[in-house]
Design a protein around this ligand. Structure first.
Ligand code: ZN
Length: 151
């Protein structure tokens, strides 16, 4: 992955109305913050005000990734959208199919493949009640940030 692609990906989220923020990246297998006991390697904000400072402003996004070209991309959640974590090992794909049958098509959205073979789907609106009782899908209601990686 080139550094340019991180900027391009961040701008891509912003164009889809997703507020982004720069996160520390993993460098040589360790969090770039340099703390040996980092509790959230590659997933905590580089900007001073974290998710509060997340933005769709192109100039700000360009400035951040000019300063930290390899920064991971964080997305602010909870206000304008939620993220749905789909875990195929626990029936998540079947739950998504069930939702599609009940509610019709998925709205145009951002979908990210995760390292574990799952997917994160970004959706607007409260998801917690919507997903209640369905196996393998969870709403990221507690986390203020989700790490967004390119597929
Ligand atoms: Zn760190």
């Amino acid at each position: 992955m080139t550094d340019t692609s991180m900027l391009a990906a961040a701008l891509g989220y912003a164009r889809r109305d997703v507020r982004v923020l720069p996160l520390y990246e993993i460098r040589n297998g360790r969090c770039a913050c340099g703390k040996a006991d980092c509790i959230s390697p590659g997933k905590h904000p580089r900007n001073s005000n974290g998710a509060t400072g997340a933005t769709m402003d192109e100039a700000q996004i360009r400035a951040w990734w000019a300063k930290w070209p390899a920064a991971n991309i964080g997305t602010a959640t909870g206000d304008r959208f939620w993220v749905m974590d789909v875990d195929p090992r626990h029936g998540g794909n079947e739950s998504v199919m069930q939702l599609l049958q009940q509610h019709g098509s998925m709205p145009e959205t951002v979908m990210v493949n995760t390292g574990s073979g799952g997917r994160i789907i970004v959706l607007r609106g409260e998801l917690e009640a919507f997903l209640a009782g369905l196996p393998g899908v969870t709403a990221a209601e507690a986390a203020e940030n989700a790490t967004a990686r390119r597929p």
